[in-house]
Design a protein around this ligand. Sequence first.
Ligand SMILES: Nc1ncnc2c1ncn2[C@@H]1O[C@H](COP(=O)(O)OP(=O)(O)OP(=O)(O)O)[C@@H](O)[C@H]1O
Length: 602
Amino acid sequence: MKAMRILLKKLYAVAGSKVLLHLTLMLLVSCLEGIGIFLIIPLLSIIGAFDMNVDAVPFVGSAMKALEELKIPLNLPIVLAAYILLVGGQALLQRNQTVLSEKISQKYVKSLRVETHRSLLRAKWEFFLKRRKSDFNQMLSTELNRVSRGIDLFLMLISSVAFTVIQIGFAMWLSFQLTAIIIASGLVLSLVSRRFIRKSAQYGQESSRLFKSYFAGLNDHFGGMKDIKSNQLESSHISWFQTLAGKIETNYLRAYRLYANSQLLYRVSSVLLIAVFVYFSITFLHVAAEQLLLIVLIFTRLWPRFISIQSSLERLVSEMSAFESLTTLQQESDEAREADESLDDEAIAPLRVEGSIACSGIHYCYDGSEGAEESEVHYALKNINISIPANQMTAIVGKSGAGKSTLVDLLMGLIKPISGKVLVDGKELTDERLYGLRQSIGYVAQDPFLFHGSLRDNLKLVVPEATDEQMWEALSFSASEQFVRNLPQGLDTIVGDRGVKLSGGERQRIVLARAILRKPSILVLDEATSALDNENELRIKEALERLKGKMTIIVIAHRLSTIRNANQVIVLEDGEIVQQGGYAQLSSEPRGVFQRLLANQS
Ligand SMILES: Nc1ncnc2c1ncn2[C@@H]1O[C@H](COP(=O)(O)OP(=O)(O)OP(=O)(O)O)[C@@H](O)[C@H]1O
């Protein structure tokens, strides 16, 4: 119900005036259809199918009198012309109403699509750490389509309700008692159908759950295809996929069976009802034949609308689970918003670090520590106190899992410490300063990411106005000029999904060039030389050497040869700083962790 309220509010906010116009059109269509039914009586009377007393029929009787007074003869051509006009007008209105309905639905879905995407992109990095990427794909594809269907159903529902109310009005005019019986039967029907609606909502939720697994599976399978192929894991993945596809099929069939059963019940009930209805009207109420004919006509139009209301409701509640998931995701991402939306990326000036970036008493754990005993908390970082001097090169080393990437994420403000502070030039990072800091950073991730497109597109992503000359300069810096010049399409070479058409080392060098192209004042390299051969590593090392004194360089490196010229080395073990100092100093400290790391590599 809460989701329905939110949906209505949003719908009104997005397309309020259009919804009102849609409602008005529907009311007009319903009125015209109602009048059309009344015209059938004089039509039948004129063609002699019935010898009827049309005066007894409300509206028709008075309309006939008015025509008589106006001296308009009631002959077949006139009645047929009126009928054509009515039905034609109704069809025209209905056409506009359908187009309008689609416009409303698409406008709503577009707004939801854009809003959800925007709030996801504005959310903190920590928000993404706790969720699967595939969930976002599912939300912005299948779940959004379900919401679109839900809006269509919702508009159909209000159309059915409007039509039904107007038809009830006409029917009441004809016979209050008989209409009351139809309404009472409609209420009984709605009680019976509550079970169908409940079940339908359950199947809808199950469908959301199943599709979540489906997308997660697709993501894992296609993302890890090389592992699957080389380790011959196809069978187990195929069998998992078959089971899931079976569950989706079963759930879909269950939902469809439920829908078919409810339709069966509604249809059988309508036949029974009409039989009882006719019997009751003739035997007890002694309703005149022409009135009975009209009522039967109205009933046969009204009852399907009751059915349509019920079935629209059934299908709507099933699709509502998609809307619920989307609004929940949007709410959560809004709550995890990184900074005030008024902070315009363009307007914020890059933050230049003059003195240092420092950590003071920082603790961090990934899974949250609320309510947990101190001994149970697994800290990824413990009591970190460091100072990274501006325009110097600081290296962070340690075994795998020691906390190096976590520390760098903290320094970039991607995650916030649970205690302690990150200080830039002695001042804590506010949202605005954080945005400024990020503008100053060029970052090369452990798993470098390239978008599907050309090398040029990938480089221009960070500096859209970059010239070819600037791009070649950055490529030359990252020791990739030679290999790019050797490619037949040069800068226009398409790199494939995530850069699959390049080797790991080539990818790393292109991402490094991209980072440099931005002319950052802080360069952060997370394992940026791990996939390079000795020759290219040496060239990057020399390039970094040239940058020393011009920008702040923070390097995470397993290959300790890369950081031989670092001004400062920070050694982490199990989330704690165990050594800190110059390369030469640390390598000469006996029995130190750094010496052990060096020994392992040699
Ligand atoms: N997203 C996450 N959720 C939960 N725990 C995490 C997450 N990322 C890292 N950790 C944990 O935090 C600790 C530090 O991880 P981190 O990635 O910082 O180590 P690292 O030194 O960079 O390792 P590597 O050299 O292998 O990249 C590890 O115990 C790791 O299991």
